[in-house]
Write a protein that binds this ligand. Structure first.
Ligand code: CP
Length: 301
């Protein structure tokens, strides 16, 4: 793998290879010695806690040298473009740039450049894709069930604004899961019909093996589009009452940050059926596997 930009660009065997490798790291596999010769920079043009810090943790665990970068103190604050920023990183010897940016498909110009040599890992592009979140979600589901074929998975909430929903629906569908969508109809788009079926959340809770809630992304909404927190929670959220209808083996997921008591009841966040903390921990091991695959791909040319 030279870059990781979209989930669909990965073959099934590459997805399964990354899951297996992340599990090996989780269970204490030795860190390959050669990775300490590489440099990474994490370029976050949109705020992040989990993706940014778990990449940083993964880089440290692998012994990769991390070049500190902050949009506020870099020449981005003087108007330097993303292209020129990445060109600079490449010129100074950064092997891999992890980038989060508000613009969908921001990476096209970067990967077409004949000068930029750094690999690019997409840490989220606007409402486009979030492939590393998808991979850590797949790892978490695989750890629980050991397969994807035939699993009933609900993705519920702010679908149209969610890059997590888009990456997950594409890959879960390809791996044989049966997908359902839920949430406000105004956030449901025709593109979701290709991957699954819309149902009200009350129908879904009894049916599914995995219920994945999505954050209401207030920052991406037009003004006047929002619900009150309580209205949203009662109409579309996983309330304590609804959670009583889940099968005991069903798991609750959320990419986080969670709006507690909006899409998910506060007391369910760390409940026995929740895998939200595992998702965050798995993010480190999955990002170790991704970085290793990218850097070994570079070494092979
Ligand atoms: N899940 C996720 O992408 O979280 P952050 O925005 O904190 O990185």
């Amino acid at each position: 793998i030279k870059h990781l930009l979209t989930i669909e660009a990965l073959h099934d065997n590459e997805v399964m290879g990354l899951i297996k490798r992340a599990q090996e790291f989780k269970h204490g596999a030795a860190i390959p010695d050669h990775l300490k010769d590489y440099y990474a920079a994490n370029l976050f043009f949109e705020n992040s806690t989990r993706t940014h810090k778990s990449f940083e943790m993964a880089e440290h665990k692998l012994g990769i040298k991390v070049i500190d970068f902050d949009t506020k103190t870099s020449s981005v604050s003087k108007g330097e473009s993303l292209y020129d920023t990445v060109l600079t990183m490449s010129a100074i010897g950064v092997d891999v740039c992890v980038i989060r940016h508000w613009e969908e498909n921001y990476y096209h110009q970067l990967i077409q450049s004949k000068t930029i040599r750094s690999s690019i890992i997409n840490g989220g592009d606007g409402s486009g894709q979030h492939p590393t979140q998808c991979l850590l979600d797949l790892m978490t589901i695989y750890e629980e069930f050991g397969h994807f074929e035939g699993l009933k998975v609900a993705i519920a909430g702010d679908l149209s604004h969610s890059r997590v929903a888009k990456s997950n629906m594409q890959m879960l569908n390809r791996l044989g899961a049966e997908l359902y969508f839920s949430g406000p109809k105004e956030w449901y788009e025709d593109q979701f019909d290709v991957y699954g079926e819309y149902k009200e959340i009350d129908e879904l809770v009894e049916l599914v093996d995995v219920i994945m809630l999505l954050r209401v992304q207030h920052e991406r909404h037009e003004s006047g589009e929002s619900f009150s927190k309580e209205e949203y929670h009662q109409a579309y959220g996983l309330t304590v009452e609804r959670a009583k209808q889940l099968k005991p083996e069903t798991i609750i997921m959320h990419p986080a940050p969670v709006n507690r008591d909006v899409e998910l009841a506060d007391e369910l966040v760390e409940s026995y059926q929740s895998r939200i903390v595992s998702q965050m921990s798995n993010g480190v091991f999955m990002r170790m596997a991704i970085l290793e695959a990218i850097l070994e791909g570079k070494a092979k040319g």
